[in-house]
Design a protein around this ligand. Structure first.
Ligand code: CO
Ligand code: ZN
Length: 327
């Protein structure tokens, strides 16, 4: 779990992914892969083969906030970077790239009428505008402060979405044995602001098949929305989310691969968000796309929770998919 912790501790909101990008490039090069970075900043590691072109994708960016204006009194106005649950932000900590930590707070009366970032501010304890601007300027981004903990099979942390995916891809790249497939491992940027990095990466590769590796919600907490995915239930094979109807052949193939290899899997239909699979599927003349997801509670919070054993099942399924004879 040392590598996962390292990936998580690299703060990298959408559009400012350099800290995580550097780590991923160095890990991929250590594994002997040919590595490229595209104009948007996504990392593409290639393992050439004579078979079908298969693209595996995990996004590097995480949700966060961006400073939009510093008030005379030193409080910082901000906007959302990615899908933040605004109602949950009050009194949460965020950390800027230079290490400055601030508390998000609400103007309570205004906020009660409208739960919107315009009724909130970040407090870094600065006396006035000048003091604040020494630490934070317009355009600076910050991420949730949410440290990594492991308790037995359970992990709690910020940014499991989607550093867990990046971690799993790196593990697959390391453990993979012989395969004919022409494999592209993509670590995309800007997923959280609209599946943007995966789009240009897929255009460059134009794969025959693609699998997005990301987190998904669960339906296993008290009075939550029903969903056929639970923590500890194994890898989630995506059928649909708000961005994609997964290719039927890909879904069937992944289920077959799981059954054949004794890998525990569950059926994922996530109605609360999208994945890079949606952008990849609509690239060029279309790409047959699917997804393998890690069941995760409290997604998009500083306290995302997942299971190590589910991660192991996802890695096994991904390796078997890389070695599968796609036709
Ligand atoms: Co996300
Ligand atoms: Zn994600």
């Amino acid at each position: 779990m040392r590598l996962l912790k390292k990936l998580i501790e690299a703060d990298a909101p959408s559009g400012a992914e350099s800290a995580i990008r550097d780590i991923i490039i160095s890990e991929a090069e250590k594994l002997g892969y040919e590595v490229n970075t595209d104009a948007l900043g996504s990392v593409i590691a290639h393992r050439p083969g004579k078979g079908k072109k298969l693209m595996l994708d995990a996004h590097m960016d995480e949700i966060g906030v961006i400073a939009t204006y510093v008030e005379d009194n030193g409080f910082i106005r901000f906007g959302a970077v990615g899908g933040l649950d605004i109602k949950e932000l009050h009194k949460r900590r965020v950390r800027f790239a230079n290490g400055t930590v601030g508390v998000i707070a609400a103007e309570e009366e205004k906020f009660e009428k409208k739960a919107d970032p315009s009724a909130m501010y970040i407090d870094i304890g600065a006396a006035d505008k000048k003091a604040a601007q020494k630490l934070v300027k317009t355009g600076d981004t910050a991420v949730f402060d949410g440290s990594f903990h492991q308790i037995g099979d359970t992990i709690i942390s910020k940014a499991l979405d989607d550093r867990a995916g990046c971690y799993m891809l790196l593990k697959v790249m390391k453990k993979l044995k012989k395969t004919e497939n022409d494999l592209y491992f993509v670590f995309s940027v800007q997923e959280e602001v609209g599946l943007r990095g995966a789009k240009t990466a897929a255009f460059r590769i134009m794969p025959d098949y693609a699998i997005a590796v990301d987190v998904t919600d669960t339906g296993d907490t008290p009075s939550c929305k029903p969903m056929d995915v639970k923590l500890g239930g194994g890898a989630a094979i995506k059928i649909m989310d708000r961005s994609v109807m997964c290719d039927v052949h890909v879904v069937d193939a992944l289920r077959g691969i799981a059954k054949q290899n004794g890998i525990r899997y569950q059926n994922e239909i996530m109605d609360d968000g999208g994945t890079d699979a949606g952008a990849i599927a609509l690239t060029g003349g279309g790409v047959r796309s699917g997804g393998i997801s890690l069941p995760t509670r409290y997604v998009h919070s500083p306290s995302e929770m997942a299971s190590v054993s589910d991660m192991e099942e996802c890695i096994k399924l991904l390796i078997a998919a890389c070695e599968y004879n796609w036709e």
